[in-house]
Design a protein around this ligand. Structure first.
Ligand SMILES: Nc1nc2c(c(=O)[nH]1)N[C@H]1C(S)=C(S)[C@@H](COP(=O)(O)OP(=O)(O)OC[C@H]3O[C@@H](n4cnc5c(N)ncnc54)[C@H](O)[C@@H]3O)O[C@H]1N2
Ligand code: MOO
Length: 406
C-alpha cells in the first residue's frame, strides 16, 4: 500500500486519533428550536438572565396568611390566583385565597394548605397549624441571575431543555447533526426477506448499524448491499463521501482475498489507522475520503456492535463537540473470567443488582464475534483491560451499557 499508517495500535491511541480527527472536523453550530433539541449537543454556555422562580410564589393551593392564627382565625382579605399579580398586601392576622404558582401578596409569610383550612364567616381557621414559612417558593432559590446553568458540550436532556424554556429561551445553539452513510459489503449477503442460496446469509449489520445510529438520534442513509467488487465499492463510497459527514462500512477490512477496503482507502483517500488491539473488532479501519471520515467496521456482527459503541460514538461525539463522557458502570464479576490474549476485550455481560445493592455483571462466555443471539441477550460490554489475565468473582470491572437501561 502506498501510504504508511499506524497498524495494530492500542485501543486508547486509536480513540485518541479518532478524537483528534473528528475534533478537527467539528460541525458548525446552528440555532435550533427547543422542540427539536432533544439529544443534541449544546454548542454554547447558557447563563441565567433571570432568577428562577422569578418571583416569590405559593407552592400549594390554599391561603396566604400573615402571622400566627388569631383566636377567631385569619380575616379573609382577597384572592390572588396564578397569572395576574393583584399587588395585594396582607396586614397582621389577614389571609387571602391563593393558588399554586400565584405571586405571594406582600406581608405573607406562610401558605396554609387548602385541605387543612376551614372557612367560616369571612375568616380562615387552620387545623393543624402550618409551620411558619411553609409552602413558599422564594425568587431565585433554584437559579440566580448570572449563574452558568449549562455548558457547551453537554447533551440536551429533557430536563435541560425544560430549563432553557423556563429561562424564556426559544432556541439553543447546538452542533449540527452528522449525516451518516451506511454500507454493508459482501457477496454472501441478502437483505432480510429474500430467500438464501447455498452459501448466502442475511445482512444483519445493516439493520444493526441503522438501529445503533438511530439510538444516537441520527437518521442514517443505508445503501443497497455492495458486492465484493472494488470498482463498485470505490464508486459508491466516493459518491457518499462527497455528501455525508461520515461513511460507515462493515465487512471487507481483514486479510481475505475479498477484503478490499484498506487498499481502496489508501489509494483514493487517507488511512489514519488499520487494526486495533481490541476484541472483537481487531481489523477496524479509520480514514478519510472526500469530505467524509470513514469508519470501516469488521463484518462480524458483534464486532460491529462493540466497535460502534466504543469507537463509532467517539467519532460522532468529536464531530459534535460532546464533552460529557459516555456512561460506564463499575460492577462486580458474578463469575471468574480469564483472558489469554493481550488485546483489550469487550466481553458481553448481563448487569443486575445483587442482594447487597451492588451492581453485578454476569459474563457471557459465548465470546465468538458471530454470536449475535448471545449479544442480544446481554446488556453491557464488560471491559477486560489490555494484557492477559484472570479476574476472580467479586473483582470490579467497567461495563459499557449496550441496551437501554429502561
Ligand atoms: N486471516 C485472517 N482472517 C481474519 C482476520 C485476520 O486478521 N486475519 N480477522 C478476523 C476477524 S477478528 C474479523 S472481525 C473478521 C473481519 O472480517 P472483515 O471485516 O473482512 O469482514 P468479512 O470477511 O466481510 O466478514 C466477516 C464475517 O462477518 C459476516 N458478515 C459480513 N458482513 C455481514 C453483514 N452485513 N451481516 C451479517 N454478517 C456479515 C461475514 O459473512 C463473515 O462471516 O475477519 C476474521 N478473519
Ligand atoms: O476481532 Mo473479530 O471482530 O473478533 O471477530
Amino acid at each position: 500500500m502506498s501510504q504508511t499508517f499506524p497498524t495494530r495500535i492500542g485501543f486508547d491511541p486509536a480513540l485518541a486519533i479518532v478524537a483528534r480527527e473528528s475534533a478537527a472536523r467539528r460541525l458548525a453550530p446552528e440555532e435550533i428550536p427547543l422542540q427539536r433539541a432533544a439529544g443534541r449537543v449544546l454548542a454554547g454556555d447558557v447563563v441565567a438572565g433571570t432568577p428562577l422562580p422569578n418571583f416569590d410564589n405559593a407552592a400549594m393551593d390554599g391561603f396566604a396568611v400573615r402571622g400566627p392564627m388569631p383566636p377567631d382565625g385569619w380575616r379573609l382579605a382577597g384572592e390572588q390566583f396564578a397569572g395576574v399579580d393583584q399587588g395585594l398586601s396582607l396586614g397582621p392576622g389577614e389571609a387571602c385565597r391563593i393558588t399554586t404558582g400565584a405571586p405571594l401578596p406582600a406581608g405573607c409569610d406562610t401558605v396554609l394548605v387548602k385541605e387543612n383550612a376551614r372557612e367560616q364567616q369571612g375568616r380562615v381557621l387552620a387545623d393543624p397549624q402550618p409551620a411558619p414559612g411553609a409552602n413558599i417558593r422564594r425568587a431565585g432559590e433554584d437559579v440566580r441571575p448570572g449563574q452558568r446553568l449549562l455548558a457547551a458540550g453537554q447533551v440536551l436532556t429533557p430536563a435541560r431543555i425544560g430549563l432553557a424554556a423556563a429561562l424564556g429561551l426559544p432556541t439553543l445553539p447546538a452542533a449540527r447533526r452528522p449525516t451518516v452513510a451506511v454500507f454493508t459489503t459482501g457477496d454472501e449477503l441478502q437483505p432480510p426477506g429474500q430467500a438464501l442460496a447455498p452459501g448466502e446469509i442475511h445482512d444483519s449489520n445493516r439493520a444493526l448499524l441503522q438501529a445503533l445510529l438511530q439510538a444516537e438520534g441520527l437518521e442514517p442513509v443505508a445503501w443497497p448491499i455492495l458486492p465484493d467488487d472494488p470498482a463498485r465499492i470505490v464508486s459508491a463510497l466516493r459518491d457518499a463521501a462527497f455528501s455525508f459527514d461520515v461513511v460507515i462500512t462493515c465487512g471487507g477490512v481483514s486479510a481475505g482475498e475479498k477484503d478490499h477496503l484498506p487498499a481502496l482507502l489508501c489509494e483514493h483517500g487517507e488511512l489514519f489507522f488499520w487494526k486495533v488491539r481490541m476484541k472483537p473488532g481487531m481489523p477496524l479501519l479509520f480514514g478519510a475520503l472526500g469530505g467524509a471520515l470513514v469508519l470501516g467496521l469488521p463484518g462480524n456482527p458483534v464486532s460491529v456492535l462493540a466497535t460502534f459503541l466504543t469507537v463509532g460514538r467517539e467519532l460522532l461525539d468529536g464531530l459534535q463537540g460532546r464533552a460529557e463522557p459516555r456512561r460506564r458502570w463499575r460492577a462486580r464479576l458474578a463469575a471468574p473470567v480469564a483472558k489469554r490474549h493481550e488485546r483489550l476485550e469487550f466481553m458481553r455481560g448481563r448487569l443486575r443488582v445483587g442482594d447487597g445493592g451492588q451492581l453485578e455483571v454476569e459474563p457471557d462466555l459465548a465470546t465468538g464475534s458471530h454470536r449475535l443471539a448471545a449479544a442480544a441477550n446481554n446488556d453491557v460490554l464488560l471491559v477486560l483491560p489490555e494484557g492477559a489475565g484472570q479476574w476472580a468473582e467479586g473483582d470490579v470491572l467497567d461495563c459499557i451499557p449496550c441496551a437501554p437501561a429502561g
